[in-house]
Write a protein that binds this ligand. Structure first.
Ligand code: A4P
Ligand code: MG
Length: 237
């Protein structure tokens, strides 16, 4: 356990600092972290991130998802990614978690040449409790998480009842990726790819799933562009 992070709340707006203080008072915060790699030994990079975050002071990793092989989203032509998500409890403020994430990336020689370019290791903070902050140094929740299957699907694997602050249940966000809205699509309509028997707002034609996720995983199957890599990461005890 090492790593001197920035001072608590450094570089974050008042809201984030306040929540960090609340976490201090009310127990550890729950943090959701996404891992990505598409250069070199991808499994080794992801495992190194899990190990580094588990060893960071004030961090306790509680779950690690399966690894998915995913088509690159955005950026230049580049190899497929391996992606995974971990859950942790932390007494660190958000800025401390970001420092731990950056340290894990640096330990795998992460370089930054092109935005969304290939990388040995990317460690993104998806959410920290229910903190919402537009600070570009650490935007919470991660501004693109709600539209990214490579974040949502592994997150759902380890927490089917997960909710993304400001966006609702992760299961619903995945449903929006697997069952795009279209004319004639009604809430709960099985024939159109909806989920029969489940309640939904239906206002935009996309069924909402029940809070708590769905028994038996993802009824619409995996969204396009990702498949199980068949690799498992170890969660350090
Ligand atoms: N930053 C702000 N908010 C956060 C946050 N919530 N978590 C700042 C982490 N960092 C955050 O990040 C740039 C700066 O964002 C950091 O210095 C930090 O202070 P970066 O890691 O240097 O660059 P990046 O990851 O390329 O930037 P960005 O915009 O976060 O990229 P994305 O949106 O994460 O996309 N396709 C597949 N299949 N799988 C992937 O994992 N990843 C990306 C990166 C694109 N396409 C992908 C994948
Ligand atoms: Mg990143």
């Amino acid at each position: 356990m090492s790593a001197a992070g920035p001072s608590p709340g450094a570089g974050l707006p008042a809201g984030a600092g306040e929540t960090a203080a609340a976490a201090d008072a009310g127990g550890p915060a729950v943090v959701v972290i996404a891992l990505g790699s598409n250069l070199g030994d991808r499994v080794a990079h992801l495992q190194a991130a899990v190990d580094a975050l588990a060893a960071a002071p004030g961090m306790s990793v509680t779950a690690v998802s399966p690894v998915y092989q995913t088509d690159p989203v955005g950026g230049p032509d580049q190899p497929d990614y391996y992606n995974a998500v971990l859950l942790a409890r932390t007494t660190l403020p958000p800025a401390g978690v970001l420092a731990a994430a950056h340290a894990a990336e640096a330990a795998r020689q992460r370089t930054r040449e092109v935005r969304w370019g290939p990388r040995t290791l990317d460690v993104d903070i998806i959410s920290y409790d229910a903190v919402v902050s537009p600070d570009p140094v650490l935007t919470l929740p991660h501004p693109r998480a709600h539209e990214r299957a490579f974040v949502l699907v592994p997150w759902h694997d380890v927490d089917p009842a997960a909710e993304l602050p400001g966006h609702g249940p992760v299961a619903n966000l995945i449903a929006r990726l697997t069952r795009p809205a279209g004319p004639g699509v009604t809430a709960g309509s099985a024939g159109s790819g909806g989920v029969a028997g489940l309640a939904g707002r239906g206002g935009d034609g996309v069924p909402d799933l029940l809070p708590g996720g769905l028994p038996g995983g993802l009824p619409g199957g995996l969204p396009e562009g990702l498949r199980r890599a068949g690799a498992e990461l170890r969660r350090p005890s």
